[in-house]
Design a protein around this ligand. Sequence first.
Ligand code: IPE
Ligand code: IPE
Ligand code: MG
Length: 242
Amino acid sequence: MPVDSFFTIPQHIAIIMDGNGRWAQKRHMPRTVGHAKGAMGVKALVEQCATLGVKYLTLFAFSTENWRRPEDEVSTLMGLFVQYLEKEMGALATAGVRFKVIGDVAGFPPELQTRIHAAEKFTEHNQAITLVVAANYGGQWDIVQAVKGWQMANPELNVNQLTQAQLAQHLSTAGMPDVDLLIRTGGEQRISNFLLWQAAYAELYFTEVLWPEFDLIELKKALISYARRMRRFGLIAEQVDK
Ligand code: IPE
Ligand code: IPE
Ligand code: MG
């Protein structure tokens, strides 16, 4: 199924990578095996998005609520993150990928924090695509920290002077375009506290496919669905220049 160049390609794709645990459980394996398998497909996906001209790919890796999972699952996820930075960062950097983490990084083990900062610094001038990993991220957290950040930056101003544009500049995604296409794998049709503000006008794409099975064919299906949509942003169809 080709995705031709005349297709409208989203500038910013965000993905809720869900279904790792069920993928493993269906195979009578521990949930953590599903997370490992889920992480394996990320590199090819990033490279494919870069080739297609997607400029930002934001992946939901760990939510502020995921800390409440069993301890061994949480520590496996942390370990995978460290491993990922160690193993894949070199190749991604060579491919021109800029790496960025959004979320409350201060909540992570120190070793992981150091690796995150190093990877961000190492790739800061890359331009092919920005891979944003949302880790210890919550949309509600992001909005609250943005308000606090705005007040810190503007101590002389009153909250009544806060505008939407100013708030956006203090979100963890400051400087990035809003989400065009939000994909959720794993069959659930919910946002789960992901990019609440940034997905205000995102096209939503839900698939039953579990994350470890979401391959490039599945990505193309999502892109074809996106290209067929008419985004109206509150206007009527006749006003929209398609
Ligand atoms: C998504 O897969 C990955 C994370 C939340 C870290 P899940 O672990 O939620 O998999 P399911 O939904 O239980 O199958
Ligand atoms: C959302 O998946 C978070 C990530 C993919 C990291 P969850 O599995 O945590 O979401 P819920 O609990 O089903 O809403
Ligand atoms: Mg889940």
